[in-house]
Structures are given as structure tokens and as C-alpha cells.
Design a protein around this ligand. Structure first.
Ligand SMILES: Cc1cc2nc3c(=O)[nH]c(=O)nc-3n(C[C@H](O)[C@H](O)[C@H](O)COP(=O)(O)OP(=O)(O)OC[C@H]3O[C@@H](n4cnc5c(N)ncnc54)[C@H](O)[C@@H]3O)c2cc1C
Length: 388
């Protein structure tokens, strides 16, 4: 008998399952996708979208059309609670969605910790739509800005996302003739988890473009055109981008499901909840019981085929496939915003235009795989035509 499969969140780890809905439906199952928006944005190209290298349409998947075009049901909404005893997901608007098997790919959020975030001048780098709003805010502000005075742009967070954001702000400023002063604030060392050789290349690249890097600067509050550091000093900031790492969605702790200390849904090697066999998950919102993985899209993408196999297996009582995370020395390419990138794979580190070309090639190839609903020709608002 057919089963009811529910996919909560249409993130990077669910794309293969969503593309395979037709085959699941043919086998008698019903598939429902719950997502807050018609589109899912690919974070790897988000810095390029901030800088203007890519249009928003180039970096997003129309997950609504991907679902309904293959015979699935799409519910625009946000899950707020899971009730494993009743096998149902509760949504923000009060709907209850029953499931036989459910999978979560609801991603992560940017932690602001004890930081007080003031007026509307602060934009987190997740969800990616917020970066788009930040770009619009910068362009609008420049339009009304006092000429002769530079726009003060700050990035909080000295990890890979913060570095890419700073580089992208430089490009956005250059291409739009915005006179800006860009400051990258990092609580500890810049790219502290990465090799010194790579750090040096990034420092040189940002430094020679006048991007000011302040290390060991812990932020206490942001607002009213300034960032206040814990040591009491202030940095002028008309717009601030917050890239302070990621923490998993709170959905699982709030639902009382078994989670890791960081709040990620605790899953076994089959990407299955350690307590509820009907619950699965992938991407930033889960933590492997065997050992946590870095919260990077690389793993979410690698989880795709295993999730499809195991969700079908759970509905059809077939054997599960183990998830092998592969090497932890994954490829990292930082888009520096000036047409170059910094490439790192193990000990191999270099910077230059070819590194950006490699990133661009890999990213566009990934997009082509799941942009199956005419995304590139959509208007920006992405209003849906009647169902295709
Ligand atoms: C600026 C930036 C650049 C990055 N670049 C790279 C890179 O180059 N390479 C790399 O490997 N990693 C990169 N990362 C990390 C990468 O973003 C994450 O690891 C990746 O997005 C994880 O994918 P995900 O599908 O788990 O989560 P997400 O991409 O966050 O997707 C989660 C989805 O779930 C939806 N959702 C959220 N809450 C709910 C809810 N309650 N109910 C229903 N749906 C919900 C969201 O709308 C979203 O579509 C970058 C991160 C940032 C911020």
C-alpha cells in the first residue's frame, strides 16, 4: 500500500528526492513538500549574487514547480513542531500534516549570541534572501547618501562566509561606483580553522583592496550606524552583514526529539533519527551520531542519493544504505569578489582566476542538475505561472 512521505524543507539535501517524486508517486506513494518559499537559494553562489556577478534567478531552484511538476503536493509554510507520537508535522499557520515517513532538511540559522541587533541595517547571511535584501539596502542607501562621505559597510564574522561577503561588498561598491569603507570584524583569528598559507593569501587579497580586517574584535551590539565592540570601541556601520557561523534549526529541540548538544537532529548512518525510525534528515539541521560533520553544503549534497534510497526503503521495507561522508578534506574555494578565488584541497592551496573558474564551473553544473523549471527566465518576483 502506498505511503505518505513528507519532506520538510526543500534544501540542498532533498533535491534528488524531490526530482524523483514522479517515480515515488508511480509506486503508489504520496509526496508532500513543505517549504516557506517557492524557491531554494544555493548558498555557494550567494556571495556572487551580492556582488552582482550572478542574478538571483541564476542561483535558485523553483522547488514549488519541481514538486508539483512531478506529481507531488507543495505546501508553502514553515514547520514549527513535530509530534512523533501522532506522526504529524505542525505548521506555523496551524495546519497538521500527517506522515508515514518524514525527512527534514530545514538548514541552519546565524547565531547572534548575546549581540543586540538594532534597527533594520543588519542582515544575516542566512536565509540567502536576506543577502539579497542587504544588497538592495546598500544600493538604496547609496542613492540617498551624502556625496563626499563613504558608505560604511561592516561584516561580522571571519569565517569563509564573512571573507566572501567582504570581497563581494568590494565588488558591489566598485561596479556601482559606491564610495565605501569595508570593515571585516572577527572575534578571533581570521579563518582560524584554516591553514596559515591560506589565511595569508586572503589577508593580502582583502588588504590590497583597502578592506580593513579587525581581528579579536568581539561585537556587543549593532545598530544606529555603528557596531559596538565588547571593549567599548565603536566602528561606523551604515549596513552590517552578520556571518557568525551557523547553528541548526531549533525545530528538533523545541519538539523534544533526540538532538546533539548543538541542537542538530541526532541521526545514525542511515540519516535516520536514533529514536524514531520514521524520521530522517540531512544537511545542516542534522548531526551524525558517529561524529559531527562540518556544516557545509558539500555534505548536504553528498547525502542526496542516500536520503532518496532510504526514504523509499522505509516506505517499502527494503534495506537501507549507509551514508559515507567521504573525506573530511573537502574542496574549499573562496570567491574573493575580484574575479579570483582561493582554492584549497588538502595541502594544495592557490589563488587566482583559474580557481574562480573552477568554482563557477562546479556551481553552474550543480545548478543545471536541478534547475528544471525555467528558473533563468523567471521574473525576479518569481511569481508562479499556473501549474506546469
Ligand atoms: C554565504 C555562504 C556561503 C556558503 N558557501 C558555501 C560553499 O561554497 N560551499 C559549501 O559547501 N558550503 C557553503 N556554505 C554553507 C552552506 O550554506 C550550508 O552548509 C548549506 O546551505 C546547507 O544546506 P541545507 O540544505 O542543509 O540548508 P539550507 O541551505 O539552509 O536549506 C534549508 C531549507 O529549509 C527551509 N526551511 C528552514 N526552516 C524551515 C521550516 N521550519 N519549515 C520548512 N522549511 C524550512 C529554508 O527555507 C531552506 O530552503 C555557505 C554558507 C553561507 C552562509
Amino acid at each position: 500500500m502506498g505511503k505518505q512521505l513528507v519532506l520538510v524543507g526543500a534544501g540542498h539535501a532533498h533535491l534528488t528526492t524531490i526530482s524523483a517524486i514522479r517515480s515515488l508517486v508511480k509506486r503508489g506513494h504520496t509526496v508532500t513538500v513543505i517549504a516557506p518559499s517557492d524557491h531554494h537559494y544555493y548558498s555557494g553562489m550567494a556571495p556572487g549574487m551580492l556582488s552582482g556577478t550572478y542574478r538571483p534567478q541564476e542561483i535558485r531552484f523553483n522547488v514549488h514547480k519541481l514538486t508539483t511538476g512531478r506529481g507531488g503536493q507543495f505546501i508553502k509554510g514553515k514547520a514549527t513542531r513535530i509530534n512523533p507520537a501522532q506522526q504529524e508535522v505542525l505548521l506555523e499557520d496551524g495546519q497538521r500534516v500527517p506522515y508515514d515517513v518524514v525527512s527534514f532538511n530545514v538548514g541552519s540559522v546565524i547565531p547572534s549570541g548575546k549581540m543586540e541587533l538594532g534597527d533594520g541595517s543588519v542582515f544575516t547571511v542566512k536565509p540567502i534572501e536576506r543577502i539579497m535584501e542587504g544588497r538592495t539596502a546598500i544600493l538604496d542607501l547609496w542613492d540617498q547618501h551624502d556625496s563626499g562621505k563613504p558608505l560604511e559597510l561592516a561584516v561580522v564574522g571571519g569565517g569563509p562566509a564573512g571573507v566572501e561577503m567582504a570581497g563581494a561588498l568590494w565588488r558591489l561598491s566598485r561596479d556601482n561606483r559606491i564610495q565605501s569603507r569595508i570593515t571585516l570584524l572577527t572575534g578571533s583569528e581570521l579563518l582560524g580553522l584554516l591553514p596559515r598559507r591560506l589565511q595569508a593569501k586572503v589577508r593580502r587579497s582583502l588588504g590590497k583592496r583597502g578592506i580593513h580586517i579587525r581581528e579579536g574584535s568581539r561585537v556587543a551590539s549593532i545598530g544606529s550606524h555603528r557596531v559596538i565592540l565588547e571593549d567599548g570601541s565603536t566602528i561606523p556601520a551604515d549596513i552590517t552583514l552578520l556571518a557568525t557561523g551557523v547553528i541548526p534549526s531549533r525545530l528538533f529541540t523545541e519538539s523534544g526529539l533526540p538532538t546533539a548538544v548543538d541542537g542538530g537532529l541526532l541521526v545514525n548512518n542511515y540519516l535516520q533519527s536514533v529514536e524514531y525510525p520514521q524520521i530522517f534528515g540531512g544537511g545542516d539541521c542534522v548531526t551524525l551520531q558517529e561524529g559531527p560533520l562540518a556544516r557545509v553544503g558539500v555534505y548536504a549534497v553528498r547525502e542526496n542519493p542516500v536520503l532518496l534510497t532510504n526514504l523509499a526503503a522505509a516506505m517499502e521495507e527494503k534495506p537501507f544504505q549507509r551514508f559515507d561522508p567521504g573525506s573530511s578534506e573537502f574542496l574549499l574555494i573562496l570567491n574573493m569578489g575580484d574575479g579570483s578565488a582561493v582554492f584549497r584541497k588538502g595541502e594544495w592551496i592557490f589563488k587566482g582566476k583559474p580557481a574562480f573558474w573552477i568554482k563557477d564551473f562546479i556551481d553552474r553544473r550543480f545548478m543545471r542538475k536541478f534547475q528544471l523549471s525555467g528558473e533563468l527566465a523567471e521574473p525576479l518576483s518569481g511569481e508562479l505561472d499556473e501549474e506546469t
